[in-house]
Design a protein around this ligand. Structure first.
Ligand SMILES: C[S@@+](CC[C@H](N)C(=O)[O-])C[C@H]1O[C@@H](n2cnc3c(N)ncnc32)[C@H](O)[C@@H]1O
Ligand SMILES: Nc1nc2[nH]cc(C(=O)O)c2c(=O)[nH]1
Ligand code: SF4
Ligand SMILES: [Mg+2]
Length: 242
């Protein structure tokens, strides 16, 4: 029996993984509540700023799997855990083990500020260190250790940096230079989190994506790089739970 409880704020899907190393992958999402960061442009601020506090449910691993089945039935074989920062939660190993027992792959989204031993059980781990525009500071010693441990254990790992401006782009170059062997992704920032019309948002996001592509093509610093939009925002705009 597993009795430890996880603060869950959203369970949704199946949808496509809209970002990063497994973009396009059919997946369910489990979004945990709480973050040790407070990024200026966080598109999921309801997980940590108090506005979503009534939606938080303290759930056991069994209850989370049951809720995933209630929502997704038999239509999925992949679950992405995001947040907030799921790496704040020591007991996520129980959920990962339960999903693996059912033949379901597990991906993780985290910012690289905290290590958990269960990182070694994750099938695709995305670390998204935060650039200057976020207002957050990177603890390079912690990030070095995370990258080193995952690499030493041959885990599937990628780095994904969100870029809003020139300083962010320079930061991204620094991250890639520091960890040249780790698959590296750039993602344009969404600077309009309140636009309700997906068509209007898309026009803006396309422009930002193109600008990031153009800038990066001219760069000798970023060669082995993949540039991807947040594909779910192209389809559904700023809608939650997709
Ligand atoms: C909401 S976060 C949750 C996971 C973890 N806290 C993190 O930041 O990696 C998921 C992803 O969304 C990205 N993200 C958040 N706000 C964004 C925005 N306004 N534009 C583009 N990407 C954003 C984050 O950088 C991260 O890669
Ligand atoms: N479709 C979809 N893809 C995503 N990739 C990362 C997400 C996140 O918020 O962590 C996310 C999300 O919220 N929805
Ligand atoms: S680390 Fe992730 S969840 Fe936390 S504030 Fe930043 S973008 Fe949002
Ligand atoms: Mg998101």
């Amino acid at each position: 029996m597993t009795a430890n409880r996880i603060p869950v704020i959203e369970i949704f899907g199946p949808t496509i993984q809209g970002e990063g190393m497994v973009v396009g992958q059919k997946t369910m999402f489990v979004r945990t509540a709480g973050c040790d960061y407070s990024c200026a442009w966080c598109d999921s601020a309801f997980t940590w700023d108090g506005t979503g506090k009534n939606e938080i449910r303290m759930m056991t691993a069994d209850e989370i799997v049951a809720a995933l089945r209630d929502t997704g039935g038999e239509t999925f074989s992949h679950v992405t855990v995001s947040g907030g920062n799921p790496a704040l939660l020591a007991h996520l190993d129980e959920l990962i083990a339960l999903l693996h027992r059912e033949g379901i792959e597990v991906a993780l989204e985290t910012q690289g500020s905290r290590w958990q031993d269960w990182f070694l059980q994750i099938d695709q781990l995305t670390i998204s260190p935060k650039p200057p525009s976020s207002g957050m500071n990177t603890d390079w010693a912690v990030l070095d250790n995370i990258v080193e441990s995952l690499t030493a254990n041959r885990r599937s790992l990628s780095l994904k940096v969100v870029v809003f401006d020139e300083a962010d782009w320079q930061y991204a170059c620094g991250v890639h230079k520091r960890y040249p062997h780790v698959p590296f992704y750039l993602q344009p920032g969404n600077d309009d989190l309140t636009e309700a019309d997906p068509a209007l948002l898309l026009a803006r996001l396309l422009e930002r994506y193109k600008a990031l592509v153009d800038k990066t093509m001219a760069s000798a610093e970023l060669r082995a790089v993949r540039i991807l939009p947040q594909l779910h925002t192209w389809l559904w705009g700023n809608k939650r739970g997709v």
